[in-house]
Ligand binder design. Structure first.
Ligand SMILES: [Zn+2]
Length: 254
């Protein structure tokens, strides 16, 4: 551990997490993520900068708005904390700043997608499509990812979910896999390369099914769509960190 680097990186990450909260809240509503300043949804009071210190303000204000006392979701400080921890993780995964920045941007995009898909059942194109390009660009800097593997990963990732969506529509005559999932999986493939496309889909499908079954057990009708992007994105983050270990272990078995 190198505290001289980790502490400033963590603080930077907390602030990025604070911005990510704004993105998660506003992007799916089609609102600007820069203007106006954040305000309390309860009373409309503008949140001053000292009330907007990541995590600390939430603790000092005991999770309530200072104006009207409406309670603030603990999600906000949790996302901020994730922002900080993921920044430290990114720096530890890649010693050099350029690669760490790509890793961090990818992990934060995945975090935003997880929350937005969970809340609204949509994955904003602004994130998924632009990050396909960012993933392809990363292959020029990352010695562990060739442009071929990145492009093939985008095609295989998007293509496989696109096929599953078509089959599902034919069989069930219902919308299962959304177009958002296709673009998300293309983005994931572009970042992780072709080798990790299948592991990401398998892990996400496993946890997505477990969750879907638990919903049905609790009396769901079986038609309730699971926000698959909220499973694909964390699974991609897991594979970004442990993917090479996972593949080495798997192929070591044969
Ligand atoms: Zn208020």
């Amino acid at each position: 551990m190198n505290w001289i680097v980790d502490i400033p990186v963590f603080i930077f990450g907390l602030m990025a997490g604070s911005f990510l909260n704004v993105v998660i809240y506003r992007l799916p509503l089609g609102r600007s993520v820069v203007r106006p300043r954040s305000f309390c949804p309860g009373c409309g009071k503008t949140i001053s900068s000292y009330e907007n210190i990541p995590v600390l303000s939430y603790l000092f204000l005991r999770g309530r708005c200072r104006g009207c006392g409406v309670s603030i979701s603990p999600r906000y400080p949790v996302v901020e904390l994730f922002g900080g921890l993921l920044a430290v993780l990114a720096v530890h995964l890649h010693g050099d700043w350029v690669n760490a920045a790509f890793v961090y941007a990818f992990l934060m995009a995945l975090l935003a997608i997880t929350m937005i898909d969970w809340d609204h059942r949509v994955i904003p194109d602004q994130i998924s499509l632009s990050f396909i390009a960012v993933g392809l660009a990363w292959s020029f800097f990352n010695p562990g990812l060739s442009l071929i593997s990145s492009a093939a990963g985008a095609l295989a990732g998007g293509g496989s979910l696109w096929l599953v969506g078509i089959l599902y529509r034919k069989m069930r005559k219902a919308e299962g896999m959304g177009g958002g999932d296709v673009k998300l999986m293309a983005m994931i493939g572009a970042f992780l390369g072709i080798g990790l496309v299948l592991p990401v889909i398998v892990i996400a499908s496993f946890f997505g099914s477990v969750y879907g079954i638990s919903l049905m057990r609790r009396g769901g009708d079986g038609q309730t769509a699971v926000a698959f992007g909220s499973f694909l994105a964390p699974s991609a983050a897991f594979c970004m960190v442990f993917g090479s270990t996972l593949l080495a272990w798997y192929f070591g078995r044969f």
